[in-house]
Design a protein around this ligand. Structure first.
Ligand SMILES: [Zn+2]
Length: 121
């Protein structure tokens, strides 16, 4: 599953940052995920809680913020979110301009997945 490898990478970077700061405990983790990553925040939280057992991040609180997508269309200069027309049929949204149907759009936001901040002790 997609979530597990991403959650593992996130926790690795959290533990790495915590270690570099001589932390004894990770209390809180702030994460931002773009809606185009198709990550499920609830599932991510569950995986974080599971894989951090026995580490200094065990029992940490996770604040997961889902960031809206933003595209720029080169054809009609549309700037804005993607519309999720096909959501019921496909797991991933079809990326195209909602104004002119152009599939060649620049993704400005929505694919990020990053740790914003961690609170340590
Ligand atoms: Zn367009």
């Amino acid at each position: 599953m997609h979530e597990i490898s991403i959650a593992g990478a996130i926790i690795d970077s959290v533990l790495d940052a915590a270690r570099r700061n001589n932390a004894i405990k990770v209390k809180e983790v702030f994460i931002e995920i773009g809606e185009l990553t198709a990550l499920n925040p609830k599932q991510l939280k569950f995986i974080f809680e599971t894989i951090t057992v026995g580490t200094i991040a065990e029992g940490a609180t996770y604040n997961i913020k889902v960031m809206k997508s933003l595209i720029h269309c080169r054809k009609c200069a549309y700037n804005g979110p993607i519309e999720f027309y096909e959501r019921l049929h496909f797991f991933l949204p079809v990326i195209k301009c909602p104004q002119c149907d152009e599939p060649e759009v620049d993704i400005v936001a929505g694919r990020e997945c990053c740790v914003n901040k961690i609170n340590i002790r």
